[in-house]
Ligand binder design. Structure first.
Ligand SMILES: [Fe+2]
Length: 360
């Protein structure tokens, strides 16, 4: 049976609109379902029902009068993408002052083990402290998929950058059997402290056991709590939030005048809520920068209620700086394509009090 050209076009347009809807659902809802046996079948079923069902509609519905349905859906998707690009540009932070490697190598799509290092600089004129360095590590996903050498290399690069503070922002493991391997890997490497929050996968396995291993390794876990530290005599407040994985504690401590308020949040989805507290910086992971990216187009699938808006990099939202690292490990597929695992090195500076001539 040969389908007339009009029917083929109709099926294609309906199927494309259906696939667009499936991707939106996958980003914003399906990926956020807790890991369970049914998660993958639900994803596959959603794909078949939404995309296949749309293609079937394109076949059975009369083409011309019903064309407005998929075209309308595609127009809405395009409007959503334009809005995303507009908001992302409005929230764009600075580019890294240094990136290793400097450019994407299009001849090497498989980047699962090729660690990248991005260095950023931010200054806060209202804070009276001197410069210090933060290293941001996220999404180890220790699950036996990667050789321990990858993680040892990550820690070695992080340590060689001489960080004052190290933030580990969750998703330490994917499987409970990996706790002994995690225990061998973790160590505190920040000169003034190493702090952590848990991620969704830690909660979906066993938050209590993962938290115990992290704490036993000398890393300070900030589960919906704040601590104050001093850096060269200036006040810094560190807050961790595990929302929404640890439900019921949405609010975080409000920033106090004169202190630098740094917040660790596994998911960047908390950024709008955190920015209302007056926080200066938020450090996140969770998105894996998409894990599979297309050259020039970027990420395709990102587990966020904001889709691809905050998938990777530096943003400024309502005056709060947001850093979203691409992380180290992987989920679903043990592979990264055009998407290197990475660590962020962030140099923060303030406006130190000038020495009064009377003091000399
Ligand atoms: Fe993750």
């Amino acid at each position: 049976m040969v389908l007339p050209m009009m029917d083929l076009v109709s099926i294609l347009v309906f199927a494309t609109a259906g696939f667009g809807l499936f991707l939106m659902l996958l980003n914003r809802r399906l990926f956020l379902i807790p890991d369970c046996r049914l998660k993958r079948p639900v994803m596959v079923l959603s794909f078949v029902v939404i995309t296949g069902g749309s293609a079937l509609l394109g076949f059975v519905l009369p083409s011309r009068p019903c064309f407005f349905i998929p075209v309308g859906v595609l127009c809405l998707i395009v409007v959503g993408e334009v809005r995303r690009v507009f908001i992302r540009r409005k929230c764009a932070g600075s580019s890294p002052v240094d990136a290793k490697p400097h450019q994407l190598d299009i001849t090497r799509p498989f980047t699962t083990n090729d660690l990248a290092c991005y260095r950023y600089q931010v200054s806060f004129h209202d804070w009276r402290g001197s410069a210090f360095r933060i290293v941001l590590l996220s999404d180890f996903h220790v699950d036996g998929s990667f050789a321990p050498e990858l993680y040892r290399h990550v820690f070695s690069v992080a340590e060689q950058s001489c960080p004052d503070l190290v933030f580990m922002v969750g998703d330490f493991i994917t499987k409970l059997e990996s706790l002994p391997a995690l225990s061998e890997l973790l160590r505190p490497i920040g000169k003034l402290g190493t702090f952590a929050v848990l991620g969704n996968h830690d909660y979906w396995t066993d938050a209590e056991k993962v938290g115990a291993v992290v704490s036993d390794c000398g890393i300070r876990l900030l589960t919906n709590e704040s601590v104050g530290i001093e850096i060269a005599g200036a006040a810094v407040r560190l807050t961790g939030t595990d929302y929404p994985w640890k439900r019921g504690e949405k609010t975080i401590a409000a920033s106090l005048p004169g202190e630098l308020h740094l917040v660790l949040s596994h998911t960047p989805d908390n950024i709008y809520r955190i920015s209302k507290s007056g926080a200066d910086c938020v450090f996140s992971g969770h998105c894996h920068a998409g894990q599979i990216r297309l050259p020039f187009a970027g990420s395709i699938v990102v587990p966020s209620v904001y889709g691809r808006r905050f998938d990777h990099g530096h943003f400024i939202v309502n005056g709060t700086h947001l850093f979203v690292a691409g992380g180290i490990g992987t989920t679903v597929l043990p592979v990264r394509i055009y998407c290197r695992p990475d660590i962020f090195i962030i140099d923060i500076s303030g406006q130190p009090e000038k020495e009064s001539p009377d003091n000399n």
